[in-house]
Design a protein around this ligand. Structure first.
Ligand SMILES: Cc1cc2nc3c(=O)[nH]c(=O)nc-3n(C[C@H](O)[C@H](O)[C@H](O)COP(=O)(O)O)c2cc1C
Length: 186
């Protein structure tokens, strides 16, 4: 199973990217082939000008196209997902997420905008064809602590939720693929 993990924070270090790193580790342990795309490392001008002829953008878009599962992590900005993530999602072809398992993750300053994944991100994922969306994980900043080495450590309860999310992706990915193939052959 190919999994692409999209890191949607413009910051480094990043709590939402740290969630992805944990998931990537666990998905690899379960045998998945994983690749993380840090959107902040993509060429900014090409992203803002929607220049999909740029080789780096083409490579990143191809990773999503070829994945069986897509994990999307974003910080909550102004009660929605990050603008950086939006610039990338806007470049994905229509129905790009059809037949893929999709797992949304978000970190926010508090739980005030816990529902931002549901009212802001999920409609976009749906518009891109996602029909197999695993239970989202939202983590509030007090549940993540920056360590001396520059990495984040999460509360045990967060780790439990992330590990359940891994199981959700592993379970959904083959099902979403089967449904996509069935739809293609109708
Ligand atoms: C520009 C900006 C806007 C933010 N807006 C919100 C917000 O509306 N709601 C919220 O809960 N947190 C908000 N935050 C806090 C971040 O979502 C939070 O610190 C998050 O964990 C950052 O993720 P990161 O470390 O991956 O960048 C905002 C932070 C910034 C920099």
């Amino acid at each position: 199973m190919n999994v692409v993990l999209l890191a949607g924070s413009p910051s480094s270090p990043s709590r939402s990217h740290a969630l992805l790193s944990h998931l990537q580790h666990e998905l690899r342990r379960a045998g998945a082939l994983c690749l993380t795309v840090a959107l902040r490392d993509l060429p900014a001008q090409a992203l803002l000008q929607a220049d999909v002829s740029h080789a780096d953008l083409q490579a990143a878009l191809a990773r999503v196209r070829d994945a069986d599962a897509v994990v999307i992590a974003t910080p909550i900005y102004k009660a929605a997902y990050s603008g950086l993530l939006k610039t990338f999602l806007d470049l994905l072809p229509q129905d790009c997420l059809a037949g893929k398992a999709v797992l949304p993750l978000a970190t926010g300053g508090s739980i005030a905008h816990l529902l931002a994944i549901d009212y802001a991100l999920k409609p976009v994922l749906h518009a891109l064809g996602a029909r197999h969306i695993a239970d989202a994980v939202f983590v509030a900043d007090p549940q993540a602590r920056l360590q001396a080495g520059g990495h984040y450590e999460f509360d045990p309860a967060v780790i439990e939720r992330l590990d359940r999310a891994v199981l959700g992706v592993l379970e959904l990915a083959p099902r979403s693929r089967r449904n996509a193939l069935a739809t293609e052959s109708i």
